[in-house]
Design a protein around this ligand. Structure first.
Ligand code: SIN
Ligand code: MN
Length: 293
């Protein structure tokens, strides 16, 4: 799938592109069917909502689940990002966010690049998210909210929030959010939230300010996020475990377009468990590690 000139201009202006119904119901089902089995596992890579059993976010399923390993190499998700960056990309992070019916908690206002810079020492913002809905997303089940054009601000001040939810995040304070929303049009488009059927896809800039509220509806809102980083922009520090911030910078090679519905061989290096090395962390920057080796 190639982006048109109009889409490239829209992405530059708004910081995101929405593709309703990008994957068919059959393709989406191949992924959705695998989620309960993954969420059941009592593993570090399943981060549960604060004080609850519901999974908030699952990490690195592409390393141990066949359908998600194929999704991680899907040309409809990966090719547009390679086109935007003009170079190969690797998988920086892979998440299946639960946002479970009744239990799914908020994601505070933040930029993803803020976290990737502060925690992982990713040199520039040449990385982005591509999300796919595994459930229908409506105004009731905690859709993502964007402040259009906010990516143009570059990296903005953030505080490390380790208390609001079960997952630490570099968040942007309310005063600044109010200003950014006002500048983006206030009540006339200052916040947008793409909604649509399961199988819809969103591509968004790593500096786009976003959030989502809790899910008090009876409908799950499971979504998958591929965070793809230009290979030349790989992270320089392994401060977070490898199942959260990957350390293999090999360029992704796409599978054929029908890969979710057919058998294609994929590597599942963590199918028998996450190796101990992936749990190890260090605050020493990568260049220094290389010099010391
Ligand atoms: C995220 O910002 O990483 C997740 C937001 C969401 O799933 O609502
Ligand atoms: Mn985010």
């Amino acid at each position: 799938m190639r982006l048109t000139q109009e889409q490239l201009e829209q992405f530059d202006r708004e910081g995101y592109l929405f593709f309703p119904g990008q994957f068919t119901a059959e393709e989406t089902r191949a992924l959705t069917d695998a989620v309960p089995g993954i969420y059941r596992r009592r593993e570090a890579y399943n981060v549960r909502e604060k004080g609850k059993d519901a999974v908030r976010t699952n990490f690195a399923a592409h390393m141990y689940s066949e359908p998600f390993a194929k999704l991680a190499r899907h040309p409809r998700m990966v090719q547009p990002v390679m086109d935007l960056f003009g170079e190969p990309v690797y998988m920086h992070q892979f998440k299946i966010n639960g946002k479970a019916a009744f239990d799914g908690d908020v994601w505070q206002w933040h930029q993803d690049y803020g976290t990737w810079l502060n925690d992982d020492m990713m040199p520039t913002e040449r990385a982005m998210n591509v999300a796919i809905f595994l459930d229908d997303v409506n105004e009731y089940n905690g859709p993502l909210m964007f402040i259009p054009g906010s990516h143009k601000k570059g990296v903005i001040d953030a505080k490390h929030d380790v208390t609001t939810t079960s997952y630490p995040l570099w968040t942007v304070d309310s005063e600044l959010i109010a200003k950014l929303v006002e500048r983006a049009g206030g009540k006339n488009g200052g916040i947008v939230s793409p909604k649509g059927p399961a199988g819809s896809m969103i591509l968004f800039h790593s500096c786009l300010v976003h959030a989502s509220s809790s899910n008090l509806s009876p409908w799950n809102r499971v979504s998958v996020y591929l965070s793809l980083c230009a290979v030349s922009n790989h992270i320089r520090r392994f401060k977070r475990p490898e199942y959260i911030a990957h350390r293999d910078f090999t360029p992704i090679e796409c599978l054929p377009d029908d890969c979710l519905l057919r058998d294609y061989p994929v590597d599942l290096p963590w199918k028998d468990g996450v190796p101990a090395s992936a749990l190890q962390t260090t605050s020493v920057p990568f260049e220094e590690m290389k010099r010391a080796a």
